[in-house]
Design a protein around this ligand. Structure first.
Ligand SMILES: Cc1cc2nc3c(=O)[nH]c(=O)nc-3n(C[C@H](O)[C@H](O)[C@H](O)COP(=O)(O)OP(=O)(O)OC[C@H]3O[C@@H](n4cnc5c(N)ncnc54)[C@H](O)[C@@H]3O)c2cc1C
Length: 288
């Protein structure tokens, strides 16, 4: 057994002060799904664990027409999946959170912990990126707000600085004329990480694509926003040819590697197939 101090601050301020004073010797823990695994595998040997679990009101899920959705970093995947507000206003998030791992993990793992892991194979960051979400990072110095593209820096690396805690995720209000799709391609078992994941949110009025955001996971060192593929559709009348072209272009924006879920070539091929499929599904969901 490792010997470590277990600290349980009851405010974010206290957590930030502890983080500041322990520096690299401490690790933050939220749900613990990743941290406990890393410790048992001897990938981590912290002198102190700073648990965020005792901070009250850190797991809220709120919605207003004006501000959209705000989620406390301590909200568990299951809280988000089961929220009627999420189900009603952000079906893309409902679909995404209900397909992360299996219920045992979803009852444990938090949105903050998922995003802060910086794992490019994870699902929530992909759909949150497609919905233009922002994260608030808090330290003893104050707060800063970043887009998810700014937040995900490299493989298992985020923009979190020493002493910062991710405190809130905000998703803008849902757009009108909006369609969405989430495809998590997992040939082995539904509970696995995605071989390739695609999230798309688009806005089409009278056949013309007013806006589109396309994000992919498990295809590069970070979760990727496929800007060039978006441009294929943005401002244009949507046709089958353009949707297929967007898939071809998206495949040039990813950098997959070979792993136990498939070869790089196979994943690139999946991007070409799944991006148009997701776009068609999103178009079918638009009622305008
Ligand atoms: C068996 C298994 C299957 C999985 N399958 C999937 C899957 O299909 N899809 C998917 O997306 N994910 C999957 N995961 C990953 C899982 O979702 C993450 O491990 C989990 O979300 C981490 O959340 P946590 O709250 O438990 O984080 P912790 O384990 O508590 O922390 C993870 C990391 O984030 C840091 N951290 C935590 N909270 C904060 C915060 N508020 N501010 C700053 N840093 C913080 C910690 O210091 C640590 O570095 C799986 C995990 C397991 C174990």
């Amino acid at each position: 057994m490792l010997d470590f101090e277990y600290l349980e601050p009851t405010t974010v301020e206290e957590a930030c002060t502890l983080l500041q004073s322990y520096g690299d010797e401490a690790v933050l823990m939220s749900g613990g799904a990743a941290v406990t695994m890393w410790i048992s595998q001897r990938l981590l040997a912290p002198e102190a664990i700073i648990s965020l679990a005792k901070i009250p009101n850190f797991d809220y899920v709120r919605f207003s027409e004006k501000d959209g959705l705000t989620i406390g970093a301590g909200a568990r995947h299951r809280d988000i999946e089961m929220s009627p507000l999420v189900r009603q206003h952000y079906p893309l998030l409902y679909e995404t959170f209900s397909k992360v791992a299996q219920p045992r993990i979803r009852y444990m793992a938090t949105i903050g912990g998922n995003l802060c892991t910086g794992d490019p194979a994870t699902d929530p960051g992909t759909s949150l990126m497609a919905l233009d979400a922002e994260v608030t990072l808090t330290s003893t110095e104050g707060k800063r707000v970043l887009s998810l593209e700014e937040f995900f820096v490299d493989y298992y690396q985020t923009a979190l600085k020493q002493g910062e805690v991710l405190t809130e995720v905000r998703v803008p209000p849902p757009a009108e004329w909006a369609g969405w799709s989430r495809i998590k391609f997992t040939p082995r078992t539904e509970e696995d990480f995605a071989t390739v994941g695609v999230s798309v949110a688009l806005k089409v009025r009278s056949g013309e694509c007013e806006d589109i955001r396309l994000a992919l996971n498990s295809v590069a060192p970070v979760i990727v926003r496929a800007h060039r593929a978006e441009e294929v559709l943005r401002g244009k009348r949507v046709t089958d040819e353009l949707v297929n072209e967007a898939g071809e272009v998206a495949a040039t924006e990813v950098e997959p590697t070979d792993d136990m879920r498939g070869s790089a070539d196979y994943k690139r091929h999946l991007v070409k197939v799944l991006v148009p499929r997701a776009m068609r599904q999103a178009l079918e969901r638009i009622d305008g």
